[in-house]
Design a binder for this molecule. Structure first.
Ligand code: FES
Ligand code: FES
Length: 182
Protein backbone atom coordinates (compact mmCIF):
# COMPACT_ATOMS: atom_id res chain seq x y z
CA UNK A 1 0.00 0.00 0.00
CA UNK A 2 1.38 3.40 -0.99
CA UNK A 3 0.03 6.46 0.77
CA UNK A 4 0.22 10.09 -0.20
CA UNK A 5 -2.07 13.09 -0.35
CA UNK A 6 -3.80 14.15 -3.54
CA UNK A 7 -5.61 17.48 -3.65
CA UNK A 8 -5.74 17.54 0.15
CA UNK A 9 -7.23 14.04 0.35
CA UNK A 10 -5.19 11.20 1.87
CA UNK A 11 -5.15 8.33 -0.62
CA UNK A 12 -3.94 4.75 -0.41
CA UNK A 13 -2.98 3.08 -3.66
CA UNK A 14 -2.68 -0.66 -4.12
CA UNK A 15 -0.30 -0.34 -7.03
CA UNK A 16 3.11 -1.59 -8.05
CA UNK A 17 5.56 1.01 -6.66
CA UNK A 18 6.95 1.44 -10.18
CA UNK A 19 3.57 2.63 -11.49
CA UNK A 20 3.87 6.17 -12.84
CA UNK A 21 1.99 8.76 -10.81
CA UNK A 22 0.16 9.74 -13.98
CA UNK A 23 -1.66 6.40 -14.08
CA UNK A 24 -2.44 6.50 -10.37
CA UNK A 25 -4.07 9.88 -10.89
CA UNK A 26 -5.84 9.16 -14.16
CA UNK A 27 -6.86 5.52 -13.75
CA UNK A 28 -7.12 5.00 -10.01
CA UNK A 29 -8.29 8.47 -8.95
CA UNK A 30 -10.15 9.53 -12.11
CA UNK A 31 -8.22 12.80 -12.20
CA UNK A 32 -7.78 13.19 -15.92
CA UNK A 33 -6.61 16.80 -16.04
CA UNK A 34 -3.00 15.63 -16.26
CA UNK A 35 -2.63 14.36 -19.83
CA UNK A 36 -0.56 11.61 -21.38
CA UNK A 37 1.41 13.12 -24.20
CA UNK A 38 4.89 11.70 -24.74
CA UNK A 39 5.33 9.45 -21.73
CA UNK A 40 9.03 10.32 -21.71
CA UNK A 41 9.13 13.47 -19.59
CA UNK A 42 9.46 15.88 -22.50
CA UNK A 43 6.06 17.41 -23.34
CA UNK A 44 4.88 18.47 -19.87
CA UNK A 45 1.20 17.73 -20.50
CA UNK A 46 1.23 15.56 -17.37
CA UNK A 47 2.80 18.09 -14.99
CA UNK A 48 1.46 18.20 -11.45
CA UNK A 49 2.72 19.78 -8.24
CA UNK A 50 4.56 17.36 -5.98
CA UNK A 51 5.62 18.96 -2.70
CA UNK A 52 5.83 22.37 -4.35
CA UNK A 53 7.77 21.26 -7.40
CA UNK A 54 6.41 20.92 -10.94
CA UNK A 55 6.95 17.29 -11.92
CA UNK A 56 6.09 15.26 -14.98
CA UNK A 57 3.76 12.67 -13.50
CA UNK A 58 4.64 10.16 -16.21
CA UNK A 59 8.18 10.04 -14.79
CA UNK A 60 7.35 9.75 -11.07
CA UNK A 61 6.97 6.18 -9.75
CA UNK A 62 4.37 6.21 -7.01
CA UNK A 63 6.71 4.29 -4.73
CA UNK A 64 9.04 7.29 -4.61
CA UNK A 65 6.51 9.79 -3.29
CA UNK A 66 5.16 8.05 -0.20
CA UNK A 67 3.92 10.77 2.18
CA UNK A 68 4.08 13.52 -0.45
CA UNK A 69 1.50 16.19 -1.24
CA UNK A 70 0.32 16.11 -4.83
CA UNK A 71 -1.81 18.82 -6.38
CA UNK A 72 -3.35 18.40 -9.81
CA UNK A 73 -5.11 20.96 -11.96
CA UNK A 74 -8.38 19.76 -10.44
CA UNK A 75 -7.12 20.67 -6.98
CA UNK A 76 -5.52 24.01 -7.78
CA UNK A 77 -8.69 25.88 -6.83
CA UNK A 78 -11.92 24.40 -5.57
CA UNK A 79 -13.92 27.09 -7.39
CA UNK A 80 -11.74 26.93 -10.51
CA UNK A 81 -10.92 30.57 -9.98
CA UNK A 82 -7.20 30.54 -9.33
CA UNK A 83 -5.79 33.72 -10.92
CA UNK A 84 -3.99 31.56 -13.47
CA UNK A 85 -7.23 29.89 -14.50
CA UNK A 86 -8.99 33.25 -14.78
CA UNK A 87 -6.08 34.80 -16.68
CA UNK A 88 -5.79 31.90 -19.13
CA UNK A 89 -9.50 32.30 -19.90
CA UNK A 90 -9.38 36.09 -20.03
CA UNK A 91 -6.42 36.04 -22.43
CA UNK A 92 -8.04 33.32 -24.53
CA UNK A 93 -4.99 31.07 -24.17
CA UNK A 94 -6.34 27.56 -24.75
CA UNK A 95 -6.72 26.20 -28.24
CA UNK A 96 -7.17 22.42 -28.08
CA UNK A 97 -6.39 22.64 -24.36
CA UNK A 98 -4.33 19.47 -24.16
CA UNK A 99 -1.25 21.14 -22.68
CA UNK A 100 -3.06 23.73 -20.57
CA UNK A 101 -3.40 21.78 -17.32
CA UNK A 102 0.32 21.04 -17.25
CA UNK A 103 1.13 24.59 -18.23
CA UNK A 104 -0.99 26.08 -15.47
CA UNK A 105 0.49 23.74 -12.88
CA UNK A 106 4.01 24.63 -13.99
CA UNK A 107 3.07 28.33 -13.92
CA UNK A 108 1.58 28.01 -10.44
CA UNK A 109 4.91 26.77 -9.12
CA UNK A 110 6.68 29.65 -10.87
CA UNK A 111 4.33 32.30 -9.45
CA UNK A 112 4.60 30.91 -5.94
CA UNK A 113 8.33 31.56 -6.11
CA UNK A 114 8.16 34.77 -8.14
CA UNK A 115 4.84 36.55 -8.61
CA UNK A 116 6.40 39.17 -10.91
CA UNK A 117 8.34 37.21 -13.53
CA UNK A 118 9.79 38.91 -16.58
CA UNK A 119 8.92 37.62 -20.02
CA UNK A 120 12.32 35.93 -20.17
CA UNK A 121 11.74 34.24 -16.81
CA UNK A 122 8.34 32.98 -17.93
CA UNK A 123 9.75 31.63 -21.18
CA UNK A 124 12.59 29.94 -19.32
CA UNK A 125 10.29 28.41 -16.69
CA UNK A 126 7.46 27.20 -18.89
CA UNK A 127 8.83 24.18 -20.69
CA UNK A 128 5.51 22.57 -21.60
CA UNK A 129 5.32 21.92 -25.33
CA UNK A 130 2.17 23.29 -26.96
CA UNK A 131 1.38 21.91 -30.38
CA UNK A 132 -1.07 24.78 -30.91
CA UNK A 133 1.61 27.43 -30.36
CA UNK A 134 -0.12 29.54 -27.73
CA UNK A 135 3.17 30.77 -26.24
CA UNK A 136 2.75 34.56 -26.70
CA UNK A 137 -0.62 34.50 -24.92
CA UNK A 138 0.81 32.27 -22.19
CA UNK A 139 3.32 34.96 -21.26
CA UNK A 140 0.57 37.57 -21.08
CA UNK A 141 -1.67 35.32 -19.01
CA UNK A 142 1.00 34.35 -16.50
CA UNK A 143 2.09 37.94 -15.99
CA UNK A 144 -1.56 38.98 -15.61
CA UNK A 145 -2.12 36.25 -13.03
CA UNK A 146 0.95 37.56 -11.24
CA UNK A 147 -0.58 41.04 -11.11
CA UNK A 148 -3.76 39.54 -9.65
CA UNK A 149 -1.79 37.63 -7.03
CA UNK A 150 -0.01 40.85 -6.09
CA UNK A 151 -3.37 42.60 -5.71
CA UNK A 152 -2.78 44.98 -8.63
CA UNK A 153 -5.61 43.70 -10.81
CA UNK A 154 -8.89 41.86 -10.46
CA UNK A 155 -9.53 39.43 -13.29
CA UNK A 156 -13.25 39.08 -13.94
CA UNK A 157 -14.50 35.60 -13.11
CA UNK A 158 -16.69 33.75 -15.52
CA UNK A 159 -15.21 35.37 -18.60
CA UNK A 160 -15.66 33.13 -21.61
CA UNK A 161 -13.21 33.31 -24.50
CA UNK A 162 -14.53 33.56 -28.03
CA UNK A 163 -17.64 35.24 -29.41
CA UNK A 164 -20.88 34.68 -27.59
CA UNK A 165 -24.00 34.10 -29.71
CA UNK A 166 -25.40 37.60 -29.07
CA UNK A 167 -22.21 39.27 -30.29
CA UNK A 168 -22.04 36.95 -33.29
CA UNK A 169 -25.61 37.91 -34.23
CA UNK A 170 -24.80 41.61 -33.94
CA UNK A 171 -21.88 41.17 -36.31
CA UNK A 172 -23.92 39.64 -39.11
CA UNK A 173 -25.22 42.95 -40.61
CA UNK A 174 -21.69 44.37 -40.57
CA UNK A 175 -20.37 41.33 -42.38
CA UNK A 176 -23.10 41.46 -45.00
CA UNK A 177 -22.20 45.10 -45.65
CA UNK A 178 -18.67 43.93 -46.42
CA UNK A 179 -17.07 45.66 -43.47
CA UNK A 180 -16.49 42.62 -41.35
CA UNK A 181 -12.72 42.80 -41.22
CA UNK A 182 -12.56 45.38 -38.49
S1 FES B 1 3.36 12.76 -20.88
FE1 FES B 1 4.65 13.26 -19.23
S2 FES B 1 6.05 14.71 -20.06
FE2 FES B 1 4.86 14.09 -21.75
S1 FES C 1 -3.47 24.45 -26.54
FE1 FES C 1 -3.28 22.72 -27.83
S2 FES C 1 -1.47 21.76 -27.15
FE2 FES C 1 -1.47 23.65 -26.14
Amino acid sequence: MIRFTVNNQPVEYRLDPATPLLWALRDASNLTGAKYGCGTGHCGACIVDVDGTARAACQVPVGTIEGSYVTTIEGLSRERNHPLQLAFLAEGVPQCGFCIGGMIMQASVLLRKNSNPTEAQVRESITVICRCGVYPRVVEAIQRAGRALRGEEVIPAGFRPGIDPADAARQVPALTRGSGNR
